[in-house]
Design a protein around this ligand. Structure first.
Ligand code: GLU
Length: 303
């Protein structure tokens, strides 16, 4: 199969759908990203790297980061995490306050904002530096030592982060945070503001396609832990449209409001697509389309 030609075709077919979406503006720094940007990269298990469009341009990874946080916490802490976070799809917006109160401060899953705050809190306790641990990991796996926080986005997030602060304070009131709220929020905002390209992210995610083995051959996760993360990506990774994403794409995926989506092709490789215009659930509208077309053309879904 000519993978490069396929990616080029998908860009031509999917990128125009961005006109039907809307760039996130609740974080003002994200609103200034042109909706016409489109990048798509595929990193393969054999070390191949293919890409098209803006696939080398860094963008705000936002919630795509949460798949990596989950891996880093599970690698260190195993099953203990599940005392503090559930693993069911939320069916509600990713920043819902009402669901968290109803469920007594236990987030429905690790990928909604409240769940990600718990991941960061735990990684802070385990390592003393949640952001630094994640950033070092992403640098090592992507092979890009320049992976860094975009300070403008981080400031913008922090100054418009009242809803995330409310989630964190509520969890603290329920006894579900171990570290000071301000510290957890600071690491969260900076983590979401990490800037990476499609090429960086596709390479960084390869351990998820490789049963938990890192780029240097060392083991981050057991086979079973890697399976679990992929399963949670499939069921919870694309906001309250995870069912629709599974139906259309048939792959574990994690999206972010910066317009990125990471999708795992077990034992084959990792795709990363970026197009900033979002559908009403927060998923990249052209990004989902490109992934849908990719699995339809190749037959490379998990089903
Ligand atoms: N930093 C964003 C927020 O907290 C992340 C949202 C996302 O990508 O899902 O709202």
């Amino acid at each position: 199969m000519d993978l490069q030609a396929l990616l080029d075709d998908l860009a031509v077919e999917a990128a125009p759908l961005a006109a039907q979406g809307k760039v996130a503006d609740y974080i003002p720094a994200l609103a200034s990203v042109p909706a016409t940007r489109f990048g798509l990269a595929l990193a393969t298990m054999e070390g191949g790297l293919f890409g098209t469009g803006d696939w080398r341009t860094p963008f705000s990874i936002q919630s795509v980061s949460k798949a990596f946080s989950l891996a880093l916490v599970l690698a260190r802490d195993g099953e203990a995490l599940w005392q503090r976070v559930g693993r069911e799809p939320s069916g509600n917006p990713f920043n819902s306050l009402v669901q968290l109160e109803y469920e007594k401060g236990i987030p429905r899953n690790p990928f909604i904002n409240a769940g990600a705050l718990v991941l960061i809190d735990r990684l802070l306790t385990l390592t003393g530096d949640s952001l630094g641990t994640l950033r070092d990991f992403l640098r090592a796996e992507s092979g890009n030592a320049a992976v860094e926080v975009d300070p403008e986005v981080a400031v913008s997030e922090a100054s418009h982060g009242h809803r995330n602060a409310a989630l964190a304070h509520f969890m603290a009131s329920c006894g579900n945070l171990e570290n000071p709220v301000d510290q957890v929020l600071d690491h969260y905002f900076r983590q979401c503001s990490l800037a990476m390209s499609c090429a960086d992210l596709a390479k960084a995610g390869l351990f998820l396609a490789n049963h938990g083995l890192r780029a240097d051959g060392s083991r981050l996760l057991s086979r079973s832990e890697s399976k679990r993360i992929n399963s949670i990506m499939l069921t919870c990774g694309t906001y309250d449209a995870a069912g629709d994403f599974a139906y259309r794409v048939g792959l574990p995926g994690k999206s972010g409001v910066g317009g990125g989506i990471l999708a795992v092709l077990p034992e084959r490789g990792v795709l990363c697509v970026w197009s900033p215009a979002l559908d009403p659930h927060g998923n990249s509208i052209a990004g989902v389309e490109a992934l849908d077309r990719f699995t339809t053309r190749t037959g490379w879904s998990v089903f």
